[in-house]
Design a protein around this ligand. Structure first.
Ligand SMILES: [Zn+2]
Length: 343
């Protein structure tokens, strides 16, 4: 048992002694919550003792969060977890949010171990709490973590989390929804929505690039889908370092994640076994037919449709893949590519 764990156990024992509550590992969170063990305490990474919030404080903080959420965050698509499940148990992500928002706006940086100790009141034995990370990345809460690159801006160590504020979403979260695409300054708006950061690596415009500290970050208009025109709705801000090696190889989502291959040439850079698996997949899909034959059939079908417009059966928005003519491959890319292969 570590010193910290001993301290924690002692703190717990003292708290239980004081409240006179009967407690066992099997005690449900509801019973425990009803006991309202406000005096439960854990120790932080620096060894100092912290008092965990009571049920009343949890409710109060959650209400505060819900207020801010309704005023500022709901419209940005940030998702507020429910505080309790239908059986009365706390929802862990809501507890995490509450813990990080304690005393808002005067919040503290919270270590993962402190968060874990807090959670163990409700789920004894819980080990690896990932809720804070998910709250940021998946639900849009502006929580920075020391394990992410964005922590470099602040004094947040690996394994620590901090709620930045309750009036803005996590940078880059659902950013495209906040931009008026018809506005002449949509590009400025778009950059602002991403916190003036590269959607892929997070480097901030005008500041040193995260991966090349000697390079000042310049944001460029990056394609989300290179097969479509570069313009409103098909843009992400990308730093030069991320934009240039990506060329037209990848399709990105609005969070800068690679979601598809945009240029079949990248397949040449894949290993033989991956190339074989791709071949196998496509061979099965197209039944081993000659690509020319498929293209000609698709062209003939398109022509037939033009001469005989089908009024009653509207065309499906997305043509079945097997009928879609293959996009022309531009043989303009040299072999000596240094971009990493991301899939
Ligand atoms: Zn970048």
């Amino acid at each position: 048992m570590t010193t910290r764990a001993k301290k924690w156990a002692l703190g717990l024992a003292a708290a239980l002694f004081c409240t006179g509550a009967a407690w066992s590992q099997e005690t449900s969170s509801q019973t425990l919550a009803a006991g309202d063990l406000a005096a439960l305490a854990g120790s932080t990474t620096d060894g100092s003792q912290v008092a965990f919030p009571s049920d009343a404080e949890i409710q109060q903080t959650y209400d505060l969060i819900a207020d801010y959420h309704a005023k500022h965050l709901a419209e940005l698509g940030v998702k507020l977890p429910q505080l309790r499940k239908s059986n009365g148990d706390y929802v862990l992500s809501a507890l995490t949010l509450v813990y990080l928002a304690r005393g808002y706006p005067d919040v503290k940086t919270v270590s993962k171990s402190e968060l874990t100790q807090f959670m163990r009141q409700y789920v004894p034995g819980i080990n690896d709490v990932q809720q804070a990370r998910h709250l940021a990345a998946q639900s849009g809460w502006y929580i920075l973590s020391g394990t992410r690159k964005d922590g470099r801006d602040m004094e947040i160590q690996p394994g620590e989390y901090r709620l930045i504020n309750l009036e803005a979403a996590y940078p880059g979260f659902n950013s495209q929804r906040r931009v008026d695409l018809s506005s002449p300054d949509y590009w400025e708006q778009l950059k602002a929505a991403y916190g003036y950061r590269c959607a892929c690596c997070g480097s901030k415009e005008g500041e040193p690039n995260f991966n090349w500290p000697d390079t000042t970050t310049v944001l460029q208009k990056g394609h989300m889908d290179p097969s479509q025109a570069l313009g409103p709705g098909n843009l992400i801000p990308q730093c030069v370092k991320c934009n240039q090696p990506a060329r037209d190889f990848w399709v990105f989502d609005d969070k800068g994640r690679v979601v598809a291959v945009a240029n079949p040439q990248v397949i040449d850079r894949s290993s033989e076994s991956i190339q074989f698996r791709i071949y196998e997949k496509l061979y099965r899909k197209y039944g081993g037919r000659d690509p020319l034959e498929i293209e000609e059939a698709a062209a003939a079908a398109a022509e037939a449709e033009e001469t005989e417009p089908a009024e009653e059966t509207p065309e499906p928005e997305i043509a079945p893949e097997s009928e879609a003519p293959a996009a022309p491959i531009e043989e303009t890319i040299s072999d000596e590519l240094d971009a990493p292969i991301l899939f």
